[in-house]
Design a protein around this ligand. Structure first.
Ligand SMILES: Cc1cc2nc3c(=O)[nH]c(=O)nc-3n(C[C@H](O)[C@H](O)[C@H](O)COP(=O)(O)OP(=O)(O)OC[C@H]3O[C@@H](n4cnc5c(N)ncnc54)[C@H](O)[C@@H]3O)c2cc1C
Length: 211
């Protein structure tokens, strides 16, 4: 869907200013750009930091606590278990998905995504960069313990942490649009923790803009 849309990745927006009916955007690499309309779609804490001068709607004052998430992707030797995913009732490990079952690629090994619970990640996230190996080991050990899969050598392992991964309490509005400023906000956290929540929010903004 974004095939014909110009995208600049890896450019952090640091400051926004509304000057003479144009949005002046300051990016980290000393880049400045001007636009007529601005739609922000980033985690709530970053949004607040960028836009508090311009957004006066009560939603911006709401206190939300974004939950963290720590995920480890592992590669192990093929097992005979024909299972696509596990949902655990555990304090540390939330669920595990076998990527091979999605049939996006072929591999002679088993590839698993292990996702922590928010509860555990909230406690570990601030030091996850320093403790990557330690935290990965905790999740991996838990995976073998809970699934009963025989502990085997980890051929590859990759840890990734999200500090602001999800908001499980929806807002009263699904998106925000300010006609005077030509400023919009949409994001999953307005609606819920899953990707469809992001779509619902964006669709709601689209409708508001085209009223
Ligand atoms: C570990 C994990 C697993 C998930 N698994 C699932 C799943 O299995 N199924 C499912 O439905 N959903 C899942 N989700 C949720 C799903 O990923 C989100 O709902 C969806 O990505 C939200 O889309 P979004 O566009 O609202 O926000 P995001 O995808 O979070 O996009 C926001 C973007 O803003 C960028 N950004 C932030 N600040 C700035 C700035 N100052 N300047 C420039 N850019 C900035 C960020 O880098 C990011 O790319 C998962 C989320 C996580 C974290």
């Amino acid at each position: 869907m974004i095939k014909n849309i110009k995208c600049d990745f890896q450019s952090e927006l640091e400051k926004i200013q509304f000057i003479n009916n144009k949005w002046k955007l300051d990016f980290k690499k000393n880049q400045i750009k001007y636009y007529d309309k601005l739609i922000l779609t980033c985690p709530f804490p970053q949004l607040k930091k960028l836009s508090k001068k311009y957004i006066k709607d009560p939603f911006i004052k709401q206190k939300i606590k974004m939950d963290a998430n720590i995920t480890v992707m592992i590669e192990i030797k093929k097992t005979n278990k024909n299972i696509s995913s596990y949902l655990f009732d555990d304090k540390i490990l939330g669920w595990a998905a076998k990527e091979n079952s999605k049939k996006r690629f072929k591999s002679i090994n088993d590839l698993w995504t292990l996702q922590s619970t928010n509860l555990w990640a909230n406690k570990k996230i601030n030091k996850n960069r320093e403790n990557k190996e330690k935290n990965s080991k905790i999740l991996i050990d838990q995976f073998f313990k809970l699934t009963g899969i025989k502990k085997t050598k980890i051929l590859t392992s990759l840890n990734h942490g999200w500090k602001y991964s999800s908001n499980s309490r929806p807002f009263k509005i699904k998106s925000y649009w300010n006609t005077k400023l030509n400023l919009g906000v949409c994001a999953d956290w307005f609606v819920g923790p899953r990707v469809e929540a992001g779509w619902i929010s964006a669709n709601d903004l689209f409708k508001k803009m085209n009223k």
